[in-house]
Design a binder for this molecule. Sequence first.
Ligand code: SF4
Length: 424
Amino acid sequence: MSSRKPAVGVAPFADRLLAWYDVHGRNHLPWQTPRSAYRVWLSEVMLQQTQVATVIPYFERFVARFPDFRSLADADIDEVLALWAGLGYYARGRNLHAAAKQVVSLHRGEMPNDLEAVQALPGVGRSTAAAILAQAFGARHAILDGNVKRVLARHAAVGGWPGTPKVAEQLWAISERLLPTTRLADYTQAIMDLGATLCTARAPACARCPVAADCIAYRDDRVSAFPAPKPAKARPYRRATLLLVENAHGAILIERRPPTGIWGGLWSLPVAAEGESADELLRQRHGIRVEPLDTLPAFRHAFTHFELELTPLVCALIDNDEVPAEVHERPEQRWLTIGPRSDAALAGIGLPAPVLGFLSRRYALNATHDTSTPDPCPAPSTASSSGSKPKASRVRQSPATLASASTSKSRNRPGPNGSRTRPG
Ligand code: SF4
């Protein structure tokens, strides 16, 4: 195979790649100057499942507010998640905070220079740990993110889906064999850049590729056959009701979501799972009684493992004249007054992008950070345009759980250009 042994008269893979990188590589990314372990780690976590262009503004805001492990470890999780909001995959934001605390408590605030210790940090898998050490310290470790898998699967014509342990093992072995002995930081960036900019998923530019001379897939005109796609599996579809509770003071109810499950730890409008009674949920969780007023058109949001159709239901507090706005303030709930400055207030809270998008549309706000705009879809048959009480919200049934951990994809679909298509 070409990745195992350079063809006669062809320079080693790493030499060709580095020569290309010196001219065409991305060597002015914000986390490369200065290339501290903290900045490299932060960028690596942000780049999991997200493209470089998307990450850059988030990275810059993050390091401006949290310049090192200690400042991040000392921060309130709400502030961390607010800065993360819009990047999706919120477990990464929570892991980032937990990892900073671990670095401070176990490693005196310095990134350890040891693969095992780095891999033990929350949210850091084998490839991410290797990328951090290679780029921050020039350590000799192979990486295998989604882009690198694609490059190596094509170059060596490795069949099978890289998600299977057997194929992944083959690719790890190749990645290790190709490592140079010097310039590990540049090499690591170079092989990621090759996958992100030339050996892309949909339009590989083989004619300009520095390792085309011994690429088996290219030689055999079978580039599109590698890597083999993940075996198809239908993505389940779920429905839920987004509860917009307004009181007489013009405030809306938000709650902090449980730490696990969708939008874990973020503030959100309450969400009733399909079949779950809105009245019951609000009474039990927030001690309030409501009257459904209006069902709004549903919209969809895509998660990694399922699609969610959210139907907003506007509710009014019953006897709310007797309920001052502050009466129900509890640690896990807030009443937010919607007014002229609400856009800034909402953006600062760290609401999930589709919820922020919905509120922005409903109240004609200008959210100050990037929100994903869910694809509109027709309201479901149970939803009426106005004044009805949807059956699903009035009948108590076993709630379908929304708590299975999953990851938002509305703005972070794995992309061919610069995204890390698999975390870890
Ligand atoms: S020649 Fe084409 S398929 Fe082979 S590594 Fe280069 S870009 Fe990828």
